[in-house]
Design a protein around this ligand. Structure first.
Ligand code: ADP
Length: 700
């Protein structure tokens, strides 16, 4: 091989080597770049790992914190639960929780203690199982209740939306009140409250109350007995003193007798007030519901005060609304007592002027009758209107006031009015007068509202010559309600003129004008009936205040019949009274009346007399030996057999609550308490005999 060739080959080899070296360099550069990239990536990765490690470590920290918190919370829950149960265990009452399936979830020891000695009840047991154990082991004292009924009642309770509490009595005398409430998930929380002490205390209290009531009843019975025992001799004292005063005594003896009478009456009033107050204090206002003849009742009350009025220049008026019904259902005795108190006070605190008892219909829908007592007396100072209703309270510095009275009257009256559902009010101007009143809702007795106008065909026009405008108004309304046309006149000349023009059938005038009127009537061509106000007592044409519809009516009827048949048969009155003094008092009281009085001593004689002569009126003492007045009345009513009805008036010293009802139930129509009031007895006998004579007249 030549050198050229060699050189060429060498050059070629060098070129090849150079190319290889360049290639190597290139590859190395590439390798370096790749290495660089790789290391950058590794760096980034290691950064990431560091970050991740941090996150992991953070998370690990949090996890352990959370689990620590959880552990702490769990510990607290357990502690609270333990505390709660420990607390529930400390209370003496039972506590239990039931699930919605009514199975016991948990209960405290007191709840479970009941079952301890028997089958043992625990969580998981059903409510029914608990009830079964109660019955099977005789844990509950059923107090006479049937087992099935008890079981059903106890089960049903839990179905009630508002579970009613129930008190169970256990065999050992424990009283447990079960108070159950539904939880939000439909389960039941049950509380078993031990109320044994309360029940025992209640029993003790009940026993103490029963004892107190028994003592109170004994006191009441004692008071009743005493009042009866005191009233009976007082009847003799007051009655005989009354009679003695009518015997024309000299001034001194009259004064002594009057003092005996008044002191006796005052003593009786005090006995009554104290008796009544003690009974009302003991909350024993037992109101009766019987038929109340309201006009008759107010008339009785006003008549009772007639003797007192004799000594005072006071006019007593009654204004009974003729449109108002007459018979109501209520406690007549108590109503009378209220009116006696109010009218008594009105008279006591009035020197001149009038006392007006007004009975009218109420406009208020809650009541139907308004009763007021108005006077023109001393009045009550402004600041004392409430004070006087208090017990033992009086208007102290009232100089005009007589010192008599206990100060209990208004307190009793107010309690009675309130017991009847009303309110007692007063309206008064110091020095000018007072008005006490109350409204009541009294059911009507029977269906008659106001009494229908009485047809008096022969009597359709009346003329009044009456001075007092109040009297005048009362007569106008009264006669108007009887269907009679009324004219009122003022002067003599006016009266004379009206007599000519109106041709009245009836004239009513005051006693002072009687002569003038009789002279004018004598000249009149037709017969005119005349009634005089407060004229001669006992005469047929006399009419006294208070003017009442039935009295005015019977007076008019009596006048009409007397006018037609002057030969009137005397009315037969039978009276049975075992006490000699009382017989005398009664016969003297009826003295001067146009009656035939037969006095007998006992019930048997009364019945014999009744069979023999059929009296027009019977007066019966209630307490008679062998056969009492009520027995007599029952026998007489059965003898009558419903075909006739003789009015019977009872006379009795029994004045306790309930007596009136018993007396009336035996067939007795009227009732008078002893000591008898002469005016009251006479007016009753007069009113009844007047109607009896009218009946006789019609029968003839
Ligand atoms: P008493 O009349 O027994 O004192 P009350 O309780 O009936 O007791 O009356 C209490 C007081 O109220 C009376 O004492 C009197 O001061 C006063 N009072 C009662 N009614 C009237 C009246 N109509 N006019 C003036 N004062 C009266």
């Amino acid at each position: 091989m030549n050198s050229t060739e060699f050189e060429q080959e060498l050059a070629q080899e060098r070129r090849g080597r150079l190319a290889a070296e360049r290639m190597l360099e290139h590859k190395q550069a590439e390798l370096q770049a790749a290495n660089r990239q790789l290391s950058e990536h590794a760096l980034a990765l290691s950064d990431q790992i560091v970050d991740q490690r941090q996150v992991v470590s953070d998370l690990r920290g949090e996890k352990s914190k959370v689990s620590q918190d959880l552990e702490r919370a769990n510990t607290r829950v357990v502690a609270v639960e333990r505390l709660l149960w420990a607390s529930l265990e400390t209370i003496p009452d039972g506590f239990a929780l039931f699930g919605p399936d009514f199975r016991l979830i948990a209960a405290n020891d007191p709840y479970l203690a009941v079952f301890e000695e028997t089958s043992g009840i625990g969580p998981g047991d059903s409510y029914q199982a608990i009830l079964d154990v109660c019955l099977d082991d005789g844990l509950v004292d059923l107090q006479g209740q049937n087992e099935d009924t008890w079981y059903d009642t106890m089960l049903d309770r839990w179905n009630d939306p508002k579970i009613p509490p129930v008190t169970l009595r256990f065999w050992n005398g424990m009283h447990i009140k079960m108070v159950d409430r539904r939880t939000a998930d439909g389960g039941i929380v049950s509380l078993a409250l031990n109320i044994t002490d309360d029940i025992l205390r209640e029993e003790e209290l009940r026993e103490a109350r029963d004892k107190a009531q028994a003592a109170d009843r004994a006191k009441s019975a004692f008071l009743a007995k005493m009042s009866h025992e005191l009233r009976t001799p007082m009847n003799g004292v007051v009655g005989m003193a009354d009679l003695l005063m009518e015997r024309g005594l000299d001034a001194e003896s009259h004064l002594y007798t009057e003092t005996i009478r008044n002191s006796g009456q005052a003593l009786l009033d005090i006995i009554n007030e104290i008796l009544d107050f003690s009974r009302i204090e003991a909350d024993r206002v037992n109101l009766r519901e019987n038929s109340v003849d309201l006009p008759g009742l107010v008339q009785d009350v006003l008549l009772l005060f007639q003797p007192t009025l004799r000594d005072k220049p006071i006019e007593m008026h009654l204004d009974y609304d003729p449109s108002l019904a007459t018979h109501f259902l209520g406690d007549a005795g108590r109503l009378r007592q209220i009116l006696v108190n109010l009218v008594g006070n009105a008279i006591k605190f009035t020197e001149t002027g009038h006392v007006l008892l007004r009975v009218s219909s109420a406009l208020d829908p809650k009541s139907n009758v308004v009763i007021s007592v108005e006077d023109t007396g001393v009045g009550i100072p402004d600041g004392l209107h409430d004070h006087i209703f208090g017990e033992f309270n009086q208007v102290e510095d009232n100089e005009d006031r007589q010192a008599e009275g206990t100060g209990l009257g208004l307190a009793i009256t107010r309690k009675l009015v309130e017991a009847m559902g009303g309110t007692l009010w007063v309206d008064s101007v110091d020095g000018r007068g007072s008005c006490f009143g109350f409204a009541l809702n009294l059911p009507q007795d029977g269906d008659a509202s106001a009494p229908p106008p009485v047809s008096t065909p022969d009597l359709s026009r009346a003329l009044l010559w009456v001075e007092d405008p109040l009297d005048c108004k009362i007569f106008e309304r009264l006669l108007g309600s009887l269907g009679i046309e009324v004219w009122a006149t003022g002067e003599t000349s006016e009266f004379g003129l009206a007599l000519e023009r109106r041709s009245p059938h009836l004239v009513i005038c005051e006693a002072g004008r009687r002569e003038a009127v009789t002279a004018l009537l004598a000249k009149h061509p037709t017969e005119i009936l005349l009634l005089t106000i407060s004229g001669k007592p006992g005469t047929q044409d006399n009419i006294d205040r208070p003017f009442l519809r039935n009295v005015v009516l019977s007076k008019i009827q009596a006048l009409t019949s007397a006018d037609k048949s002057p030969a009137n048969e005397r009315v037969r009155v039978l009276a049975a009274e075992d006490n000699k003094t009382n017989q005398l008092v009664l016969s003297k009281m009826l003295d001067g009346l146009d009656i035939d009085l037969t006095l007998v001593e006992d019930g048997a004689q009364a019945i014999a007399n009744f069979k023999q002569q059929t009296p027009d009126l019977i007066l019966l003492d209630i307490s008679m030996p062998k056969m009492d007045g009520m027995e007599v009345a029952r026998k007489i009513r059965s003898l009558e057999g419903g075909t006739s009805h003789v009015p019977i008036i009872a006379m009795t010293a029994h004045a306790m609550t309930g007596d009136e009802e018993r007396i009336r139930a035996s067939g007795i129509d009227h009732y008078l308490t002893k000591p008898l009031n002469k005016l009251l007895v006479r007016s009753h006998v007069e009113a009844l005999t007047l109607s009896a004579s009218t009946v006789q007249e019609i029968a003839r």
